[in-house]
Structure formats: structure tokens, C-alpha cells
Design a protein around this ligand. Structure first.
Ligand code: ATR
Length: 269
């Protein structure tokens, strides 16, 4: 262990947080770059009612960087000194950087959607079917529209689909219209369906074709959606890629170093 009195602390907060793969991913990056004496990355379970105290703790302990997961991405915002423009548009912060005592909120989730897609296709003029209109859905909508793709949003609660569609310039649908994904090139699932029950899927297999790119933001074991997409010979992006690329961007924000992407990916597999 190379931790000394000069080592800077980074961490992920959530509730629960014990399942998080972020510590192994960031620490693997520090070791690979031989900066594991400069930085260490841990996890803290923070009760949502303690968020204001936690932000005081960042200042008191001079913590270098914080990754925020559920349920902290929105509630942390009022206690920061500045919110970056993109995070404002997405309406959530998944990254806090301590820049010489000033706490700045960023959002890197949208890059977790965009970077893996950009590796296999150009988004401009493509049609994207986004399923889900929660926090991850907002980040995905921002990513898709930043590249001038056409966006259709499908959500169980129509009002939420409609509100997001109006904000980002998209078509809104309920899940009853899910067969309309046939008109899309790319399908992104940002709902939590498949997270707890691996046999559940939000998208009936019959609507997947071999022309589709299927991005399932749910990570962990192979989901039913990913299994169905494989069977239909669609191109697949797993949720691990989203976790990786939102983390790659955070790594740079926390340390100033370019992240060793392949080593961080390996640490997640
Ligand atoms: P996150 O921040 O991870 O996106 P969220 O904001 O709670 O989490 O959003 C969860 C998304 O999954 C929502 O789009 C939700 O649909 P509703 O807006 O109708 O609640 C969707 N979702 C969760 N469970 C679902 C289920 N069983 N069937 C369909 N959609 C579901």
C-alpha cells in the first residue's frame, strides 16, 4: 500500500453503495498510472438526510472528488458552489470536484452514453429510441440531442416522457407504442427493468432486428435484453460501458490525468 499523509481522497457516495464497482475501477487506474500514492478512492454510504453535513465534510476534510449515485444526484446540488452548464441542462450532478476549496458539480453520465455509441456509429441523422425518462434517461436524451440525432422517448408514465420530449425536442410515447422502435437505429434502455430480476425485459424480443444497436444501461450480469439482442444478431453495448466512460471522464476531472481506459474496463469484468 502506498497511501501516505499526502494522499488525496476520492470517493463514491450512495445509499446503498456496497455494490458499487467505482472503487475498483478508479483504484485500478491509479495503480496503472503509478499515482496510487497521490490518490485513493473509497465508498461511503450516506443517508440522504445527511447530505448537507456530508458536503460540509468534503470542505472540512478537503476531499478531492466525489462520485454521486442514487439517491444523491439531485439533492446535493443546492450545497455546491457552482454547477457546470451541462449538469444544469441534465438537471443532475454525478461528479463533485474540489477545485482549491470550491465545490463544482458536473455530470459525466451523458458521456457514459455517448462515448460507447460513438465507437460504433455516428449519431447525426440516426433515430434513437430511448426507453425511460428518469435521471439516466435525461442524461441519454442530452447525449443524443447533442449529436443532432432524432429522438423518440418511451416511458411507462406518459407525462414524464412528454415533459422530457418537450424539453429536448423529441417524440413522446407510452410503452403501449413500444413496437414503434422498429423505426429506430439505436435503442437505449435506461429503465431499471432487468436490474433486480434478470429475466425481465422492457422490450419484447420480437421488435429487435439485426439492424439495431441495443444499449442496455443496466449493468451486472447479462440482462434478458442483452440475451435477446444477441439472439437477434443486433449490435450490443452493455451497461458496463456506461459505467466505464462516466468514470473515465471523472478520473480526468479528479486527477488531471488521462484515464487508462483498457485497464479500468478490465477491472470491471
Ligand atoms: P434513474 O435515475 O436510474 O433513471 P429513476 O429516475 O427512478 O432512475 O427512473 C427510473 C425509470 O425506470 C423511469 O423511466 C421509470 O418509469 P416511470 O417514469 O413510469 O416510473 C422506469 N421504470 C422503473 N420500473 C419500471 C417498470 N417496472 N416498468 C416500466 N418502467 C419502469
Amino acid at each position: 500500500m502506498k497511501i501516505t499523509a499526502q494522499t488525496k481522497i476520492c470517493m463514491v457516495i450512495g445509499d446503498p453503495v456496497e455494490h458499487s464497482l467505482s472503487p475498483q475501477m478508479h483504484n485500478a487506474g491509479y495503480v496503472a498510472l503509478h499515482v496510487d500514492d497521490e490518490y485513493v478512492y473509497v465508498a461511503c454510504r450516506i443517508d440522504i438526510n445527511q447530505i448537507e453535513n456530508f458536503v460540509k465534510g468534503i470542505r472540512a476534510m478537503n476531499i478531492q472528488g466525489v462520485s454521486c449515485t442514487i439517491p444523491h444526484k439531485l439533492v446535493v446540488m443546492p450545497f455546491l458552489d457552482e454547477i457546470d452548464e451541462v449538469a444544469k441542462k441534465i438537471g443532475a450532478v454525478n461528479t463533485i470536484v474540489n477545485e482549491n476549496g470550491k465545490l463544482i458539480g458536473y455530470n459525466t453520465d451523458w458521456l457514459g452514453i455517448l462515448k460507447p455509441l460513438e465507437k460504433i456509429t455516428k449519431l447525426e441523422n440516426k433515430t434513437v429510441a430511448l426507453i425511460g425518462a428518469g435521471g439516466a434517461g435525461r442524461a441519454a436524451a442530452y447525449a443524443v440531442k447533442s449529436q443532432k440525432a432524432k429522438l423518440m422517448i418511451f416511458n411507462r408514465t406518459f407525462d414524464k416522457a412528454q415533459a422530457l420530449a418537450e424539453e429536448f425536442g423529441a417524440e413522446a410515447h407510452t410503452l403501449a407504442d413500444i413496437e414503434n422502435v422498429k423505426d429506430s437505429d439505436i435503442i437505449i434502455n435506461t429503465t431499471s427493468v432487468g436490474l433486480k430480476n434478470k429475466n425481465e425485459t422492457i422490450l419484447p424480443k420480437q421488435y429487435i432486428t439485426n439492424n439495431h444497436i441495443i444499449f442496455d444501461a443496466v449493468y451486472g450480469e447479462e440482462t434478458q435484453l442483452v440475451k435477446d439482442a444477441k439472439e437477434k444478431h443486433a449490435q450490443i453495448i452493455s451497461g458496463i460501458e456506461m459505467l466505464l466512460y462516466q468514470g473515465v471522464e471523472q478520473f480526468k476531472l479528479f486527477t488531471g490525468y488521462d484515464a487508462p481506459v483498457e485497464i479500468m474496463r478490465k477491472s470491471l469484468l
